[in-house]
Design a protein around this ligand. Structure first.
Ligand SMILES: *[C@@H]1O[C@H](CO)[C@@H](O)[C@H](O)[C@H]1NC(C)=O
Length: 249
């Protein structure tokens, strides 16, 4: 390794692209998982042409090298107390204030799901009926959907999808319950979400499937009306046709 090549510059966060296709990236990554930001960690890697040579890790309080060149330079940077102190300060001055902004602007926001319970498959007496409980347009994605039958949590016969991203920051989820209907029973879908003060219960009302019957009735009346009208039209056409005098050619 030539002496010249050995010195890596540590720039401020930047991405440089040179004309002949090289890239140098020095992103500023702030990682944390606790709401009080106490576990905030700053990582500043030096990535040249997609290779991570070395990075600053605030938990270690120093640079770590990953290649020969990176290790050489990490040692060099680690002998510069001013640079190390400046990066350590960035945890407080850059990471935490920015994380606070994201908390108040995004992470602390909750949007209530819109929940619907509907019958997907009726029971024919031998095969179970299937209900679907759908929660739409909620945030954050963490949600719990369970079923209650006569006040007792249903353990089996429940299948649930993952929380699915709508692509616009909202999520949806669908839970299915298979059961043999019994008269006088009470079935409900229970949804727990950060936007609710307490778990919300959505009762399944079998009379809600009545619109299905009225749809069938409307469809059937339409069909009968259509048959009557076409028959009337056909008879009218036949009468007209028979009234015509056919001239032999
Ligand atoms: C930073 O260093 C700590 C302590 O060794 C380690 O637990 C953590 O995984 C490192 N972070 C990254 C992103 O490598």
């Amino acid at each position: 390794m030539s002496k010249l090549l050995k010195i890596l510059l540590f720039l401020l966060p930047a991405v440089l692209h040179t004309a002949n296709g090289h890239s140098l990236a020095q992103p500023f990554w702030c990682y944390w998982s606790k709401a009080d930001l106490s576990d905030m960690e700053l990582i500043v890697p030096a990535i040249f042409n997609k290779i991570n040579y070395a990075e600053y890790n605030s938990t270690l309080g120093k640079f770590v090298g990953y290649t020969e060149l990176g290790i050489y330079n990490a040692e060099r940077f680690n002998n510069d107390p001013t640079q190390l102190a400046g990066l350590k300060d960035s945890v407080e001055t850059v990471c935490k204030p920015n994380a606070g902004i994201y908390y108040s602007a995004i992470l602390s926001k909750t949007v209530e799901p819109q929940v619907k319970v509907k019958l997907v498959k009726k029971s024919d007496g031998t095969h179970p009926a299937r209900l679907m409980c759908s929660a739409y347009r909620f945030y954050p994605p963490q949600i719990t959907v369970t079923w209650m039958r006569n006040g007792i949590k249903v353990e089996g016969d429940v299948t649930s999808t993952e929380e699915m991203a709508d692509g616009d920051w909202y999520y949806q989820i669908h839970s299915h319950l298979e059961y043999m209907p019994e008269s006088g029973e009470q079935i409900s879908c229970v949804v727990q979400h950060a936007s609710f003060q307490k778990p919300m219960e959505y009762k399944w009302d079998p009379s809600m499937s009545e619109p299905d019957k009225s749809k069938i009735a409307i469809g059937a009346s339409g069909l009968v009306l259509g048959i009557v009208l076409s028959a009337a039209g056909f008879i009218y056409y036949k009468k007209k046709a028979s009234g015509r005098i056919l001239v032999p050619t």
